[in-house]
Write a protein that binds this ligand. Structure first.
Ligand code: SF4
Length: 356
């Protein structure tokens, strides 16, 4: 049995043709699955009985089950807890943005790539729960199918994907890149609207650069000195900031693409004037933008959300020292939008997490 979501359009149509059915049957099936977002064979009204029998005997149509769903009051953020076939759970978050002039809608899916995560950032619920396994390609792709099913209520589809949910995407590189290719080619999501957010996996960044992959690269930086980053992003102990900056420069020379750095803002930890100056020194010569993300206070820890004043002071210091810096529009605070929280609630833990 093959999971239907592992195949891209070409592979699906070729397989169906190789199994003795005309090419147009594959195209009809693709239309139901991807364009109409229907996965129930009964609803595929133009497919004959013998073809449906062949499909049901040879393909899985689903591996994920929706366990829980919460949305904020205006339905602009929807967080969904999914159960995998082996009983593990993951989360995804749908964020609906409308431009100020209402001319364009952006429907972002924050997608998971692993069950748990081995990086172990101390402010993140997913990291604290540890790593369990990589997601298969079809388990990544099916998240968009479920999101689109939900977005039908708003006559919308996912048009922006960020690999910022549970897991480190570049530690599951093959499955993530195959899924990203399916999003790009079959779901018509431009590569400029697919973001791979990494904690700084050097080999993975090099692979993206060497293979001319045009996705947006975001790097969780969070600190501009090794001692600080060793604490906030423990992977830094093995590959320090100097190595990270070296590969970032290599990536930029190869791709000529602007890089986004994510910077979680924590009171009394990484938002002083000194931090801003060191950040600007560290990123000198790199074409980049920094997303400042004020942390949500984690009760019982030293991770405290800075006051509005402190957030804007840090932003101003960064901008004055020449950095392009913005504060990320927050979605999902009302519903604990950060990854890992809904999952932890189901598991009986109240730990909080980061906003990525
Ligand atoms: S913040 Fe991201 S990289 Fe760090 S532990 Fe959480 S999921 Fe992993």
């Amino acid at each position: 049995m093959i999971n239907i979501y592992t195949l891209n359009k070409y592979e699906l149509i070729t397989k169906i043709k190789d199994d003795g059915y005309p090419k147009y049957r594959g195209e009809q099936l693709y239309d139901w699955l991807i364009n109409k977002n229907i996965k129930n064979l009964e609803e595929m009204s133009n497919l004959p009985k013998d073809f449906k029998k062949y499909l049901s005997e040879n393909y899985f149509f689903s591996k994920l089950k929706v366990l829980d769903k919460i949305s904020n009051s205006d339905n602009s953020t929807i967080k969904i807890l999914l159960e995998l076939q082996d009983g593990n759970t993951i989360e995804m978050v749908i964020m609906r943005y409308t431009d100020k002039d209402h001319s364009k809608n952006r429907n972002t899916l924050c997608i998971s790539s692993q069950v748990g995560c081995s990086v172990g950032c101390p402010f993140c619920a997913t990291g604290k729960a540890g790593f369990i396994r990589n997601l298969e390609c079809e388990e990544i792709v099916e998240q968009i199918q479920i999101a689109n099913e939900y977005l039908k209520n708003f006559d919308a589809k996912v048009n922006n994907v960020v690999f910022m949910g549970m897991g480190e995407p570049l530690l599951n590189r093959n499955n993530v890149l195959k899924a990203a290719e399916i999003f790009n080619k079959d779901y018509n999501i431009s590569s400029r609207r697919i973001t791979i957010s990494t904690s700084g996996i050097i080999e993975g960044i090099k692979f993206l650069a060497d293979n001319d992959l045009k996705y947006v690269l975001a790097i969780s930086l969070h600190g501009s000195r090794n001692d600080l980053r060793d604490f906030l992003v423990p992977i830094n102990k093995a590959k320090n900031l100097e190595k990270l900056i070296e590969i970032v420069k290599y990536y930029q020379i190869k791709t000529r693409k602007r890089i986004t750095f994510e910077y979680i803002m924590i009171d009394k930890l990484n938002i002083s004037k000194r931090d801003a100056l060191e950040l600007s020194e560290l990123l000198k010569g790199i074409d980049c933008h920094i997303n400042g993300i004020p942390i949500n206070t984690v009760p019982g820890t030293d991770f405290i959300r800075p006051s509005r004043n402190k957030i804007y002071n840090f932003k101003n210091w960064c901008q004055e020292s020449g950095l392009s810096f913005s504060i990320r529009e927050e979605k999902g605070v009302e519903i604990d939008g950060a990854c890992g929280q809904l999952r932890n609630k189901k598991r009986g833990s109240n730990e909080s997490s980061c906003s990525m």
